[in-house]
Write a protein that binds this ligand. Structure first.
Ligand code: HEM
Ligand SMILES: N[C@@H](CC(=O)c1ccccc1NC=O)C(=O)O
Length: 282
């Protein structure tokens, strides 16, 4: 084996290859053997391939979103807002890409899906831990979501770590405070394992930012980047709900929920409630 340590290998992250082969190929680098042999259909149905690929593509994009959100949160905490903007702009573009995927999935008809739905058993998007990691990174900390991962230590630990970490909104509120805005102490010291709840002092601070854009240009830009992300997230939830309705109507979900009625309810949730509330006040 012609295996050497790559001079530029970054060793602090567990998923990094520290070895490279002299004659490394395109497939080696991208681990295509493993990626392209991971579309195992459980039925003989032609359309199950579409179903698997669309989920895998979404999960890959989610992986990148998590990577960007984590780094953006650190950058905001360090006062490096410009570098956070670059990453947040990328997150929005990825969200827009994932949403395009619904157009492809909507080519699946109810008659086609019903032919392989039973082979999915109780599996459901409910169990997408990367989706929960994104919700947590944005501040929607639902502790109860961890319960289904009790048997899976690695996933449980990742979620636990994300539950305890400040979200991008916590970091943004801390940035408001550092800029001199008065923020209630109980928000600054909030229990990070709980979902963020709307607060009057945060609302006033953001309102002030929007009313005095020239003085707070960076915070204003940060706010708009967060609104972009929430806007795209809601569009994902809406397209998911409508695509599910057109494919399974109001049948119960395989994950045990009421299905579309449940998906309609989650649309009511806000990640950054004050950033939306101030729109009415300005
Ligand atoms: C035919 C396609 C699809 C159908 C019929 C469908 C159906 C559902 C239903 C009924 C639920 C509620 C939970 C349950 O009881 O199962 C759900 C949740 C979920 N689905 Fe899908 N889904 C589809 C495609 C997708 C795709 C492509 C993704 C992308 C990863 C996805 C991700 C999720 C996520 C993350 C949840 C949890 C949402 C939450 O709890 O807020 N689904 N899905
Ligand atoms: N909850 C879906 C099943 C489903 O969509 C699904 C099943 C396995 C793996 C991913 C899925 N996608 C999202 O919920 C249903 O009730 O038909």
């Amino acid at each position: 084996m012609n295996s050497k340590k790559h001079p530029k290998a970054f060793e602090n992250e567990s998923s990094i290859h520290t070895d490279f082969k002299e004659n490394m190929t395109y497939s080696d680098y991208l681990s295509l053997d493993s990626i392209l042999s991971s579309q195992q259909r459980l039925s003989n149905h032609h359309d199950e391939m579409l179903f698997i690929v669309i989920h895998q593509v979404s999960e890959l994009w989610m992986k990148l979103i998590i990577h960007e959100l984590k780094a953006a949160t650190t950058a905001i905490s360090n006062g490096e807002l410009s570098s956070a903007f670059k990453m947040l702009a990328r997150v929005s573009k990825i969200q827009s890409q994932i949403i395009q995927g619904w157009d492809v999935l909507a080519t699946l008809t109810p008659s086609e899906y019903i032919e392989f739905r039973d082979s999915l058993g109780k599996a459901s998007g409910f169990q997408s831990y990367q989706y929960r990691l994104i919700e947590f990174a944005l501040g929607y900390k639902t502790k109860h979501s961890l319960e289904i991962y009790k048997q899976d230590e690695a996933i449980y630990e990742q979620l636990q770590e994300a539950l305890l970490a400040p979200s991008i909104y916590d970091a943004s509120i801390a940035a408001l405070h550092k800029a001199g805005f008065s923020i209630d102490q109980d928000v600054l010291e909030r229990d990070l394992t709980k979902p963020y709840e709307t607060n009057e002092s945060v609302k006033l601070a953001w309102k002030n930012v929007y009313e005095n854009v020239d003085e707070h240009w960076e915070l204003y830009e940060l706010a708009e980047k967060l609104v972009d992300i929430e806007d795209w997230f809601q569009q994902w939830r809406f397209r998911h709900m409508k695509t599910v309705e057109r494919i399974i109507g109001f049948k119960q979900g395989t994950g045990g929920s009421s299905g579309v009625s449940y998906l309609k309810r989650v649309i009511d949730h806000y990640f950054f409630p004050e950033l939306w509330a101030i729109r009415t006040l300005l």
